[in-house]
Design a protein around this ligand. Structure first.
Ligand code: ADP
Ligand code: MG
Length: 418
């Protein structure tokens, strides 16, 4: 009997793993998957197909019962992809189970629906929990209680040895899939990062050489203007030379502050009082805010020393705050909160605006070079911000709702010396 069980067991296992890799090939797993309706359906179809395959190779020692791993497909699909895909898969399975028929069709359908229900119940908490394997173990135990209760109630007992093998593999298989998916998520995100960093490098290099090329002739022009205006009798030159110089200086400053920042230079990190930086930044932007009918509010709480670079921090925060202000059309509020997470040893800064918000599509693009929706935008601000924060071992995340507003969360490591 052992061989009779193991053979289909191995087939089921293979089918399950192939599902994961095929799914990952077409729609790579991400921590936060943004899927269109069509993609969810596609996932559902692939999952249904896999579940059907599992059902074709049941691990059944007795005729007419149908022990296989289709419930794992339902559980995993519902947990990772969502209600819709899970429902489609469950629906297919239930129908197929009735087509296969036999006296235990009802029990078979019931345990499949249970898998879906358990998936739905734990979906959001599973998403948020950090220790996925442990939590997965709990989920599968809860499910197995329902499963076993159904069998006891509806199906005549089979050999206990079969049950042990079947359920042990059931648990192991479920956990193995979670493990593989988590690894794939990690891998995919590293890959995304790599592409992103690569793009950044390209833009940064361009920007840096650009800045360099422009600054040289600019310096020459500045020198000549200064020279000409010194001992001239021409009234016009005398009058306008300072304006020219001022504008040249401003251009130079823009280049220095904006473009050279994109240059990946080595930078100094030290103890920086983030509260001071926040106050200065808000102070700097207040006049602009008054003009745009946007008020800025700053609340700070807890420790304030971070390990970073003051100049970079200011630049990053100004970029984010300015984006918040620019998102507001007819007056509104930009609220900045700074708190400390002692456990993670980091400072958390949230910058929330009551602006026009972003769609999922826009959220995906933010931080990509040259992505802008503004007529006078450069599409470099968020990219530079992301890079600066990253260089200081911080993180930046965007959450947004169209017509409600955007919240940008920045974390930075606390200063831990002295
Ligand atoms: P720019 O500000 O020059 O357009 P950014 O890189 O700073 O470039 O921003 C890119 C785009 O991201 C903006 O054009 C805007 O569409 C979007 N964006 C950034 N921050 C916000 C925000 N707080 N609210 C709404 N949209 C935003
Ligand atoms: Mg901007």
């Amino acid at each position: 009997m052992f061989i009779a069980v193991i053979k289909p067991l191995v087939v089921n296992i293979t089918i399950l793993f192939s599902l994961i890799f095929n799914a990952n090939l077409f729609f790579p797993f991400r921590r936060k998957m943004v899927l269109t309706w069509k993609q969810k359906m596609m996932y559902g179809v692939v999952a249904s197909f896999t579940a059907l395959l599992c059902m074709m190779y049941p691990i059944q020692p007795l005729a007419k019962t149908n022990f296989d791993f289709r419930m794992i497909v339902i559980l995993v699909t519902t947990l990772y992809i969502g209600k819709m895909a899970g429902l489609l898969c469950t629906f297919t399975v239930v129908i197929a189970r009735f087509i296969i028929g036999g006296p235990f069709a009802y029990a078979g359908a019931t345990v499949s629906v249970f898998a879906y229900v358990v998936g739905i119940l734990f979906r959001s908490s599973f998403f948020n929990v950090k220790r996925k394997m442990l939590y997965g173990l709990m989920i599968v135990f809860i499910y197995l209680i329902l499963y076993i209760a159904t069998i006891i109630y509806a199906v005549p007992p089979l050999s206990w040895r079969f049950y042990i093998i079947y359920f042990a593999f059931f648990i192991a298989m479920f956990l193995a899939l979670i493990y593989v998916i988590e690894r794939l998520i990690q891998f995919n995100e590293q890959f995304d990062d790599m592409i992103y960093v690569d793009k950044l490098a390209t833009v940064s290099e361009m920007a840096a050489s650009f800045a360099h090329e422009i600054r040289n002739p600019l310096t020459t022009v500045r020198g000549f203007v200064q020279f000409l205006s010194k001992d001239t009798t021409d009234e016009n030159v005398k009058k306008f030379a300072p304006v020219i110089l001022e504008e040249l200086d401003r251009t130079n400053q823009i280049i220095t502050e904006y473009l050279t920042l994109a240059k990946p230079t080595s930078f100094q990190r030290q103890k920086v009082n983030i509260d001071d930086v926040l106050h200065t930044s808000v102070h700097l932007l207040s006049p602009l805010g008054a003009m745009m009918n946007v008020s800025l509010q700053l609340y700070t709480e807890g420790k304030s020393d971070v390990y970073g670079n003051e100049h970079y921090l200011k630049q990053a925060l100004l970029n984010v705050m300015k984006n918040g202000m620019e998102a507001i059309e007819y007056g509104g509020l930009v609220t900045i909160h700074k708190t400390v997470d002692e456990k993670e040893k980091q400072v958390i800064i949230t910058i929330r605006d009551t602006g026009k918000g972003m769609t999922e599509e826009q959220l995906k693009n933010i931080g990509l070079p040259y992505y802008t929706t503004k007529s006078k935008g450069t599409g470099l601000g968020s990219m530079i911000t992301a890079r600066l924060i990253r260089q200081m071992d911080g993180t930046i995340t965007y959450e947004s709702q169209p017509n409600v507003g955007t919240t940008v969360t920045i974390t930075l490591p606390l200063y831990e010396g002295d």
